[in-house]
Design a protein around this ligand. Structure first.
Ligand code: TNX
Length: 528
């Protein structure tokens, strides 16, 4: 009858309202494939985590999940190989980043053939729980997740962000905080810009004045700071626990005033920018004369770029680079060593190419692969080395591509976290324009340069330069929400990415950030 039809329809509608669909969840980056089922899984005081498989880090991954669930639920969440409704299954021992999740009313099963994949599956499940899960104190909430399944894997193998700890020093505590957020969004590389004109931030035992003098200040004249090698190792280990690899950068031959201020014998004699740049373009000067009268430059706390350079024809320069590369490589388990190479405006072109080629050899001697800002592609790149695209000129990226080298995508008009959102942003620069959230989201790595395909691209990285960043609130404001847009550009294939969908999901992450005290930018492009 008509009445019962109406009744069924009403009930169905009601049921729909009560049990949302898995595909309506707010996971960022959006998983490649989500299938819905009906019903929901609920976490109870009896829920445990069951591990299946063997792997050094399997227990750690299980504990990671438990630690994230305990505070807000108040449940014990035991981790064991015996029983549990949250099942983590490691089906192999590879380094796969792909994972699958099956959610039934009885259990949630996360499976991957790699530890990284399992960790990413855990991140997805954590985002599927109600937002209150990020609270540090017990909340009374139904901890339900809609049933269904997810099949996911990243589009790009390198998904990174960069912290410029040179312009303003960033404490270990804040670096760890940033790593925690990166892990949630499945980033796997953190690039540390460890040196620049204004500061040298990593202890080098064979050249101690680098940190004594070069690390003693920062932009604006503050105290600066540096990491001891032990502290750097602590960051490396903390990141590795979250499947994030550190990429150390020593920026050279430009951006090196903090070195030249520490060791006069390395200084080719280019002095501080005094507003008259014609004086500095005369470099390099006569090194012989310089060597007789070695004179350190002054420390620099301004924000001009492109005025300092190493003496590229001085052998001592390479002895220096060798020691630094050796010491840092010894404490860096990851494959990459970033040699900088950007904005060396006062290095003669030929000298620049000569320098980059010699430094690449030093890096490979210590077993690392070089990454350099895209200008390095004007030199002959070693096979496998990477050029990081940042400028609006495609020429360097094409040069790298023609040499058979991959590109890491950091277009400043999209991926630069230090650009202002609009003209009213309280901090940030705008030399590359304004980067509102929709602009950070709506681009595709393969579509920037004609003819590029996924195979030409190593991945995507969002740099946070810190000329205007002095504390955690500043990091929050510039990185969030844009960092999550870049996470999705790097992870999710373009066919399933939609601004309208991201916009809805990011607003739900805003609710989590509010609970966590993340002082993010409430972009007017989103209804928060
Ligand atoms: C350019 S991007 C730089 C940095 C500045 C940044 C500020 C690049 C490779 N070099 O030295 O910090 O602009 O946005």
């Amino acid at each position: 009858s008509r009445l019962s039809l109406l009744l069924v329809a009403t009930l169905a509608l009601g049921a729909c309202k009560e049990s949302p669909l898995l595909s309506d969840s707010a996971v960022i980056p959006l998983p490649q494939e989500i299938r819905n089922a009906s019903g929901s899984f609920e976490l109870t005081p009896e829920t445990g985590i069951k591990l299946i498989g063997t792997g050094e880090r399997l227990t750690k991954i299980g504990e990671h999940l438990a630690e994230k669930l305990r505070p807000a639920t108040g449940f014990d969440i035991p981790v064991s190989f015996d029983a549990g409704q949250l099942v983590l299954e490691l089906t192999g021992n590879g380094d796969s980043e792909a994972y699958e999740i099956d959610i039934s009313e009885e259990e949630i099963k996360i499976a991957s053939s790699g530890e990284a994949g399992l960790f990413y599956g855990v991140q997805t499940v954590l985002q599927l729980f109600p937002k209150e899960i990020v609270n540090k104190s017990v909340q009374s909430v139904d901890w339900a997740i809609p049933t269904g399944s997810i099949k996911d894997e990243p589009t790009f193998g390198y998904r990174g962000s960069m912290l410029d700890v040179a312009r303003h020093f960033i404490s270990i505590e804040d670096v760890k905080y940033y790593i925690d957020h990166m892990a949630v969004y499945k980033f796997n590389y953190l690039h540390l810009h460890l040196t620049d004109d204004q500061g040298w931030r990593i202890e080098i035992k064979s050249w101690p004045k680098l940190t004594e003098i070069g690390g003693s200040t920062e932009v604006g004249g503050g105290d600066g700071g540096f990491y001891t090698q032990e502290q750097y190792k602590e960051i490396v280990a903390y990141a590795a626990d979250r499947f994030i690899t550190i990429v150390p950068e020593i920026d050279m031959p430009g951006h090196t005033n903090s070195v030249l201020a520490s060791y006069g014998e390395l200084n080719p004699g280019v002095n501080l920018p005094d507003g008259d740049f014609s004086t500095v373009t005369k470099a390099p000067l006569e090194y012989e004369v310089m060597l007789k009268v070695p004179q350190a430059s002054e420390l620099y706390t301004g924000i001009e770029v492109g005025w300092s350079t190493f003496a590229t024809r001085l052998e001592l320069t390479y002895a220096f680079v060798d020691s630094v590369t050796r010491e840092i490589s010894e404490i860096t388990p990851g494959p990459y060593f970033h040699i900088g190479g950007d904005e060396s405006h006062v290095t003669e072109k030929g000298d620049y190419v000569y320098f980059v080629e010699r430094v690449q050899d030093i890096v490979s001697k210590y077993g690392k692969t070089s990454i350099g800002w895209d200008e390095v592609a004007t030199a002959k790149l070693l096979p496998g080395n990477i050029a990081q695209y940042w400028s609006r000129e495609d020429e360097n990226a094409k040069l790298a591509n023609e040499q058979g080298n991959q590109i890491l995508m950091s277009p400043n008009t999209r991926a630069y976290l230090d650009m202002q959102y609009d003209s009213t942003s309280r901090i940030g620069l705008h030399w590359a324009g304004y980067v509102e959230l929709d602009k950070a989201y709506s681009w595709e790595p393969t579509e920037l340069i004609e003819g590029f395909t996924n195979a030409d691209i190593l991945g995507v990285e969002a740099p946070l330069w810190t000329e205007t960043v002095t504390n955690r609130a500043d990091i929050d404001y510039l990185a969030f929400p844009r960092l999550t847009a870049i996470a999705e550009v790097a992870w999710t294939r373009k066919e399933v990415r939609r601004w309208e969908s991201y916009k809805r999901r990011v607003s739900s992450h805003g609710e989590r950030w509010d609970i966590q005290g993340v002082q993010f930018y409430k972009s007017p492009t989103v209804s928060w």
